[in-house]
Design a protein around this ligand. Structure first.
Ligand code: ATP
Length: 221
């Protein structure tokens, strides 16, 4: 059974692989706004987009290893279990239906995702189902592109995080999380060059990548 009054927060991503840029900002955010759990939700990637290098089971295994000693986190595998990739808004709509209209729900994103969010399927309407909790990310502290986007942000942004607990959805909170300059792309590239990534992700994940020979094959590149 879940606690239907506590703020429930999800962090969606490809996690190819999971790294400290996912974990550390989320941990800081949880301490700051008072999240008991952060649920990691790995996604299926639509066929027309570049596919993850790791398989679904490898991405999942890496997440499990990364959170084994981190009780803040758990995993929601629903998007991986579906045959087809799902839009974030559809998943959030389903979660809202499961958890009822009153429970505060939040979707955690990095600043890079906030900048692109208006072009996501459903875009602005994500806020009908959840709050957006935004973690800072180096290189992405920019204004939103269009005046419509900036207005949307202004209308929904809150600076008092108490509102995230009081309302079920509809707020954007940009948190002062630590700036962690890591991306999964950089990790894959470093591994392709045969360089170490030990400082970028949990040791158990690095050991798994070594055992599986992950991100070594350049596919003829
Ligand atoms: P890639 O380099 O393959 O695009 P990524 O490192 O951006 O991957 P994703 O799995 O695509 O990782 O990201 C999932 C979510 O985590 C996104 O909302 C993204 O903005 C956020 N995120 C990823 N890395 C960081 C970081 N270093 N700091 C803050 N947020 C991050």
């Amino acid at each position: 059974m879940h606690d239907s009054s506590a703020l429930y927060a999800l962090l969606g991503g490809t996690f190819d692989p999971i790294h400290f840029g996912h974990l550390k900002p989320a941990e800081a955010l949880a301490r700051h706004v008072g999240l008991r759990k952060v649920t990691l939700m790995p996604n299926n990637v639509p066929p027309h987009r570049q596919q993850p290098e790791a398989s679904v089971s490898q991405r999942l295994a890496m997440i499990r290893l990364a959170i084994a000693q981190r009780p803040l986190f758990d995993i929601d595998e629903r998007e991986l279990r579906r045959d087809a990739p799902s839009y974030t808004i559809d998943t959030l709509r389903a979660l809202r239906a499961e958890r009822g209209l009153r429970q505060p729900l939040a979707f955690i994103i990095g600043q890079d995702s906030l900048l692109t969010l208006p072009s996501w399927h459903g875009g602005y309407r994500l806020l009908d189902y959840c709050h957006l909790l935004v973690c800072q990310r180096p290189g992405y502290n920019q204004q939103m592109k269009t005046s419509e986007d900036r207005q949307w942000l202004q209308q929904h942004q809150v600076t008092d995080y108490a509102q995230l607990h009081q309302k079920p959805a509809g707020c954007i909170y940009i948190a002062r999380t630590p700036l962690i300059d890591i991306s999964a792309t950089e990790i894959r590239q470093r591994r392709h060059r045969g360089e170490s990534c030990d400082d970028l992700l949990p040791a158990q994940v690095a050991a798994f990548m070594d055992r599986e020979g992950l991100y070594r094959d350049l596919h003829g590149a």
